[in-house]
Design a protein around this ligand. Structure first.
Ligand SMILES: C/C=C(\C)C(=O)SCCNC(=O)CCNC(=O)[C@H](O)C(C)(C)COP(=O)(O)OP(=O)(O)OC[C@H]1O[C@@H](n2cnc3c(N)ncnc32)[C@H](O)[C@@H]1OP(=O)(O)O
Length: 717
């Protein structure tokens, strides 16, 4: 776990060996502790170099160990102190990543040499933690408070060049880092100037004061204000500020005590558990499987080097950028000339002149590509026509994919020569920024087609999740009951402001009504028209608030009939200063409109609490999530949660809807749904689904055991 060798006559080379990222699990910590002691007492050794096996220094503490009540083996703080106190110079040779505990380890060394491609950082904040093994105290002493706070709060990866400028690395080199560190360590032995009588003391960060900061109180007050406004209820970023303030104001040992106390408040917190769950959920999608038994490790992806994007609206442009940035040569096709010219300008701007993109008004331009992403208007008839044409135009073997957000993949596949080559690639706006990609397979999609789309998603840096085919797939299918509840709440007396405030306080960056205004109310209106829920397709005499025997809210339709499409028209659920304006203001017109609507339908407004808003919106969404699992549309609750965190901005510190349900308690969610369904029997989405009932009946097992209850329930696919 920590290999010890004496090299170059007098240098102890300690190499951490725990693939794939050399995480500091108990055996590694034990190994480090023992090898440092050995280096200390080995008379042959005059300096020490610390490195990581296989080109990665260290990915930090082993996150899988965090659930344990008490971690076995020596504690990181103890190891790092032992290392810092060593009387022989210790040099970290950083290749690949030094993250979290890995960077803390490097900071406990006396010198740090990094490869030019190395990256360092403190991503703990993404795990609901902060660098609590000395990192919050040593980094500010090395690079100063502002730079340290930025690195700790953002959790970003710092490239070697920047780290050198900050003084975080002593040297950056292009050659063999370990060899360079060995040579460097031998020189240090001779030249390090002694301070306070002890050589190396000025390289022991624990001995250094923090560089002074003018207006310290104002600096931290401002930092805290900024963090509060951005954290959306997450506690870890706030703790980062508190810990760094400790470094700036306290002696090292007192700062370490503060750090320990603060870490204690976070370590087993619900937020930390949720964030760490998200870390693994993000990666779980890569291990996809299909109901046929096809799996990620048995299917090979086709090589893809060229792609075509059909339709250059907002989505098509973003997809073009994402594909080009992944190194593909892209043909962007748009039949409307003015749209094509505009898209060309927009894509070039986003790509800043880079990328290989050509433009054409003719579908024929897609003839030779390996893969097509269709991103035209959400209209089945238009999409069917395009798929038919593509099937004729494209070379045999071209993968035909669609960016539809709800429509039937199988119906599109049936328009083509090779339905096995058709899958959905559902991007989220803006497509070059949002991390999620839903890869949708129909009953005829081949495992190779799925493997190829998943592989392409990875190349684009997406969190890709393979899901089954149904209306709305996973994300939008679950969103429907959530939106529906929000509209019902308006009918019953809530305002958009009340509903949005509850959801934003929960941690969403935007409440449901602000989000609808941003996406455009007309999008859903068009879908509802297609579904015959509104517009000419509705049977004459149908009551306005009932469809197919269920409660229906026509509020969104009425808003669109008034021309209120949201931000783009300058008014929607809120008022904006101009079409395209971004700042939402309350609109007295809407208050009036809701009052008149309620009066017309004999509805009496009542006081609605934030708790009711959350329970009705979120439980309805979660209930649909259980149905999605039951139907086999998603393979696991982790996949659903990744979709919600990375596609719908569900707050990471709440772990995704299914994890949130497990934290709230399945019995409580069931009870809540039963309660609201009794009050609203004409709303089927509030009726608890059978999987939720069965899970509660089997004692509410932990989320990683749900699959055992789902098993046995026949998949629809
Ligand atoms: C107090 C807290 C302290 C002291 C801490 O140190 S908390 C941990 C801080 N470190 C991190 O948050 C780093 C987490 N890891 C990553 O960001 C990335 O894995 C990486 C940048 C180091 C490498 O990325 P990449 O090459 O894309 O590889 P993967 O992310 O796919 O990871 C490969 C597998 O390794 C598992 N892994 C990664 N880091 C850890 C870790 N710190 N502990 C446990 N396991 C880790 C990851 O889950 C992948 O596993 P599989 O999915 O392949 O099973």
């Amino acid at each position: 776990m920590a290999q010890y060798r004496v090299v170059s006559g007098s240098v102890a080379l300690i190499t951490i060996q725990n693939p794939p990222v050399n995480a500091l699990r108990a055996a590694v910590r034990e190994g480090l502790f023992n090898t440092i002691k050995r280096a200390s007492s080995d008379p042959q050794v005059r300096s020490v170099v610390l490195s990581g096996h296989n080109g990665t220094f260290c990915g930090g503490a082993d996150i899988k160990e965090f659930g344990n009540v008490s971690l076995p083996g020596p504690h990181l703080v103890e190891i790092f102190q032992l290392m810092e106190d060593l009387v022989k110079p210790v040099v970290a040779a950083i290749e690949g990543f030094a993250l979290g505990g890995g960077l803390e380890l490097a900071l406990a060394c006396h010198y740090r040499i990094g490869h030019s491609k190395a990256k360092v950082g403190f991503p703990e904040v993404n795990l609901g933690l902060f660098p609590g093994a000395g990192g919050s105290q040593r980094l500010p002493r090395l690079v100063g408070v502002p730079a340290a706070l930025d690195i700790i709060i953002t959790g970003r990866h710092v490239a070697a060049g920047e780290a050198l400028k900050l003084g975080l690395l002593d040297r950056v080199i292009d050659q063999n880092t370990v060899d360079a560190a060995v040579t460097f360590s031998k020189i240090q032995k001779c030249t390090s100037p002694p301070i306070s009588g002890k050589p190396l003391d000025n390289h022991r960060l624990g001995n250094r004061p923090c560089p002074p900061l003018e207006n310290m109180d104002a600096f931290f007050e401002e930092a805290m204000k900024r963090v509060h406004s951005r954290a959306r209820g997450a506690v870890a970023p706030i703790t980062c500020v508190q810990a760094v303030r400790g470094a700036a104001t306290l002696p090292f040992h007192k700062g370490m005590e503060l750090e320990k106390m603060l870490l204690g408040t976070l370590f087993n917190s619900a937020q930390a558990q949720a964030s760490q769950y998200c870390f693994f959920a993000e990666r779980a999608g890569a291990r996809w499987s299909m109901p046929s038994g096809a799996r990620w490790d048995t299917c090979k992806a086709k090589p893809i080097s060229t792609a075509a994007v059909i339709g250059l609206g907002t989505m098509g442009r973003g997809i073009t950028v994402a594909l080009a940035r992944a190194g593909l040569s892209v043909v962007a096709v748009e039949t409307q000339e003015h749209q094509l010219a505009e898209a060309q300008r927009a894509v070039s701007r986003m790509l800043k002149g880079g990328g290989r993109v050509s433009y054409s008004p003719d579908l024929q331009a897609a003839a030779e590509v390996d893969l097509v992403v269709e991103a035209v208007f959400e209209d089945m008839a238009i999409k069917e026509k395009i798929f038919k044409q593509l099937s004729e135009v494209c070379k045999p073997g071209t993968l035909l994919t669609t960016n539809t957000s709800t429509l039937d993949i199988d119906r599109l596949a049936s328009c083509t020569r090779d339905p096995q080559l058709v899958v959905g690639m559902h991007f989220f706006a803006p497509a070059h920024i949002m991390r999620l990609l839903e890869v949708v397979y129909g009953p005829r999609s081949s495992p190779e087609a799925v493997a190829t789309a998943m592989q392409l998603g990875k190349r684009m840096g997406k969190v890709s999740v393979a899901v089954g085919n149904c209306t709305g797939f996973v994300g939008n299918r679950m969103l429907k009951p959530y939106l529906e509840q929000a509209n019902f709440l308006l009918e019953e007396g809530a305002t958009p402001e009340l509903v949005d405030a509850a959801l934003e306080e929960f941690g969403f960056p935007m409440g449901v009504f602000k989000m609808s205004d941003l996406s455009g109310l007309d999008v859903g209106w068009r879908v509802r028209k297609e579904e015959g829920l509104t517009g000419p397709g509705v049977t004459a005499g149908q009551p306005m608030r009932i469809r197919h025997g269920r409660r229906y809210s026509p509020l969104g339709d009425l808003m669109c009939e008034e021309g209120r499409y949201g931000q783009k028209t300058g008014s929607g659920w809120y008022l904006y200063d101009k079409p395209g304006g971004r700042v939402a203001r309350s609109d007295p017109w809407l208050r009036n409109f809701l009052e008149q609507y309620r009066a017309r339908h004999g509805l009496v407004a009542r006081r609605i609490s934030q708790q009711e808003v959350l329970e009705r919106c979120l439980y309805a969404l979660i209930n649909e999530g259980f149905r999605v699992l039951e139907d086999g549309i998603a393979a696991s609750p982790q996949n659903i949660d990744a979709i919600y965190v990375f596609g719908y901005s569900w707050p990471k510190h709440r772990g995704g809807p299914m994890f949130y349900a497990s934290q709230v308690g399945l019995a409580r969610v069931l009870e809540g749904l039963n309660h609201y369904h009794q009050a609203h029997p004409d709303v089927p989405h509030l009726e608890p689904c059978s999987l939720l009932r069965r899970l509660v009946a089997s004692g509410s097992p932990p989320i990683n055991k749900w699959s055992e209850v789902v098993k046995g329930h026949r998949s629809q696919l």
